[in-house]
Design a protein around this ligand. Sequence first.
Ligand code: C2O
Length: 548
Amino acid sequence: AAIVEHTFNVEDISVQRLCRQQVITAVNGTLPGPTINAREGDTVVVHVFNKSPYNLSLHWHGILQFLTPWSDGPEFVTQCPIHSGSSYTYRFNLTGHEGTLWWHAHTSFLRATLYGALFIRPRQGHSYPFPKVYQELPILLGEWWNANVVEVEHNATESQGAPQQSDAYTINGLPSDVYNCSQDGTYEVKVKQGKTYMLRIINAALNAQHFFKVANHTLTVVAIDAAYTNHYDTEVVVVAPGQTVDVLLRTNQPRGSYYMAFTPYHSAPAITINANITRGLIIYENATSAKPVMPDLPAQSDTPTAHRFYTNITGLAGGPHWVPVPRHVDEHMFVTFGIGFTVCNNFSGGCSGSTRPLSANMNNESFVLPRGRGVSMLEASYGGDVDGVYTRDFPNRPPVEFDYVNPNVSSETFAFQIAPKSTKVKTLKFNSTVEIVLQNTGIITTENHPIHVHGFNFHVLAQGFGNYNATRDEPKFNFVNPQIRNTISVPVGGWSVIRFQANNPGVWLVHCHLETHLPWGLAMAFEVENGPTPSFSVPPPPSDLPKC
Ligand code: C2O
């Protein structure tokens, strides 16, 4: 195995997009940032020099970080931010999975421009569990604001509404010819007829899941979230922020030009996203000059199509890096989540709903990062003194039970709408197995939330609509070939059941990957205790770990 070393200079650059010049924060002057190409088993070393005006951190989304929790990256969880003018080196190993992952800033909305791909190919001498592909193409779906993204987030947390919508979506950083002044800004790729290509699709957008299609071509899914799947043929790929999908594309159509295109999947019926269908071009060698073919995309609210894709894929049981489902469960958790309102300081009948900014919660606790408490959660955990940083009483169940998806306006649901702010973790014994029923709630509106678990891949045992019902739903669990993921899109007004073994000591954030929902508090964290020996324990922090 090799050492793959990169230097990331984070700095503000000026770019031209959508008829204007704008200053963005970028790595090594590029958007998207550099691609990390490595093989399973390699060690990645990234020296980050923060020359931007912001204090920030980077996260390696989906990397397990086994015994390297100091390199996971979420600010105030596993490290204090890298201050403007300082540096930090991330070091981690890529053992245990293959496929497409990515990296992004884990600070405010900065991930809008600080992101890039991370490809894990099979070890030297090993091959993909499918025939060799002719070429691999990174497809990063991004989101673009004309405004400064840190201000966009700030406004959303201080005001009473959702954040200002983005001004464009992008493919590999380019908004495409559907937007003004972007005629030259369309991602294009030339292909040969009669070959198999692999598209490594990453949804790096902040607040939108996407439907993705290539005109006239069927796509074959072979991996999701860097876990191999049984081959699944589909016209449309659905991908939530944080998730990745690897598909094979066979260039078996007449020589011509075909658009790849995507549009948001938005599950909350009351909300639509004003977005153009964003596109890139696939051009066959010696193509006729005929007009490129555009695919028909599903409607924004097409939940049946999204649900079919999200639930039909199965894991490649017995394939490379397959992990069987752990059968004995030590911790059963039932975790509700949804959007509500912030507690008003003066709430005693004097604070009306219309003046409360939005907030969000899990099990009626609205998560706050321990900003300004001197150390990150992981440092507090490692040092054994967590007082004033976090508490260990994250509940296994919500405090009251009600009809989560069709709530009456009762005192229970009212309490859920104004969940208290807290920084609570659930502590897990090393190697214990956790099963979580993730239950969507409809306390303001219900929508499909992509829930990401740091530090672990999990099995997705079942998913459905309505309130979870153990008697009805448990017999349907897939123990044979469930999907393995790091980010699960929990159905709108529904639930997902996930399971994993807590074999990775450290502090691991769990949160909605719709970026607006994280500062609103749709998060919790796991603290996994050390194993029996030093070789299963959190090592001492690296000497360059940033100070708060
Ligand atoms: Cu991709 Cu906590 O994030």
